[in-house]
Design a protein around this ligand. Structure first.
Ligand SMILES: C[S@@+](CC[C@H](N)C(=O)[O-])C[C@H]1O[C@@H](n2cnc3c(N)ncnc32)[C@H](O)[C@@H]1O
Length: 328
């Protein structure tokens, strides 16, 4: 299986639609103070996609500042340039095709280097992080917005009062652990990268490491009137109406990761049989509840982190430097 191509339609829709409800405006406002953003900053966004982080934080650095997005997909870069004409209104913005493992900037170039849902897809996240550190000025800021999707898999509550639900949720979590291990083993990234990042940052000699969690609680409930509720309803409908091709694609991907993670073929078929049965019942329940306007579901918190750190001004000490007793 190839690593994902984010310019494919179904994935691109995700980095447009899902992003509209990803962070609250007041959270971004608070983060801008927490991170000490200033007008005039030079900003690098690694794995920028369509430039989401650029337009989200633009007003906090754009006066005299510049935004430089880098992504490996030339299609996304092309589209990001067009979109930036609207949000940057002639401000200094550039996009270029490039690799997060070899960012096209000199050492100590940026005041702020950032990424969002990039490291979770990389085989060697620590190398990309080291590259982000390299291009950041001493004293400069590094920010990584990444998830811990494994913990999030335990949070789904649907109030279906279905007797099998408890066992199923536990079994599904175990299956998910195998899936996550397999995905990582195949070099497609760590779905729970967020919880490992503070230590990776420490190992790279970064300082002032701190982390916050997205405060969005995911639930959908009647009367489904706000924009975010409408979006979640749409997402639910898509899930219910998922076509057979998409279902097959998901199963193929699931099987490959599950087996690579150490799951056996027999446990795969057992899990699938159970999942098919539960999904069918669940889809029916959703369809009925959606029709009556009584559907309620909560995914709990997002488990989506914003982790920040600074590059030390006194130079980086590689791990294990003699005399540095604070390191492992
Ligand atoms: C999930 S998308 C996130 C895009 C954007 N940061 C956002 O939050 O909307 C992951 C992005 O990382 C890019 N990407 C993956 N591997 C990369 C690499 N080695 N170098 C540069 N970009 C990469 C993909 O093309 C994709 O645009």
């Amino acid at each position: 299986m190839q690593n994902k191509d984010w310019s494919e339609d179904y994935l691109k829709r995700m980095i447009v639609e899902q992003r509209k409800h990803m962070w609250r405006d007041d959270t971004i406002e608070m983060y801008s103070r927490w991170m000490g953003l200033k007008q005039g900053m030079t900003v690098v966004d690694a794995g920028c996609g369509l430039g989401y982080l650029g337009w989200t934080y633009w007003k906090y650095f754009s006066e005299g500042g510049k935004y430089c997005g880098v992504d490996k997909s030339s299609d996304l870069i092309e589209e990001a340039c067009v979109m930036a004409e609207e949000w940057a209104q002639g401000g200094k913005v550039s996009f270029q095709q490039g690799d997060a493992y070899a960012l096209p900037f000199p050492d100590n170039y940026a005041d702020w280097t950032m990424c969002q849902t990039l490291l979770m897809h990389l085989e060697f996240p620590e190398r990309a992080l080291a590259e982000m550190v390299r291009v950041t000025k001493p004293g400069g800021l590094i920010m990584c917005n990444e998830p811990d999707n494994l913990s999030a898999s335990m949070m789904v509550v649907d109030f279906s009062e279905n007797d099998v639900a408890d066992d199923y949720i536990l079994q599904r979590h175990r299956t998910m652990m195998t899936w996550v291990r397999g995905r990582k083993k195949l070099g497609h990234g760590d779905f729970s990268i967020a919880v490992k990042l503070p230590m990776m940052m420490y190992d790279l000699g970064l300082v002032e490491i701190d982390s916050r969690c997205n405060d969005i609680c995911n639930f959908v409930q009647p009367p489904y009137e706000t924009p975010v509720q409408k979006y979640r309803m749409e997402t639910a409908k898509k899930y219910i109406e998922e076509n057979e091709d998409d279902q097959r694609r998901h199963k193929r991907e699931f099987k490959e990761y599950f087996l690579a993670g150490g799951g056996s073929l027999s446990s795969y078929y057992r899990s699938m049989k159970k999942a098919d049965q539960i999904n069918e019942e669940y889809r029916k329940m959703c369809r009925d509840n959606l029709e009556n306007g009584t559907w309620y579901r909560s995914w709990g918190a997002s488990s989506f982190f914003c982790i920040k750190a600074r590059k030390a001004t006194w130079g980086l000490l590689p791990k294990g430097v003699p005399g540095d007793s604070t390191r492992r």
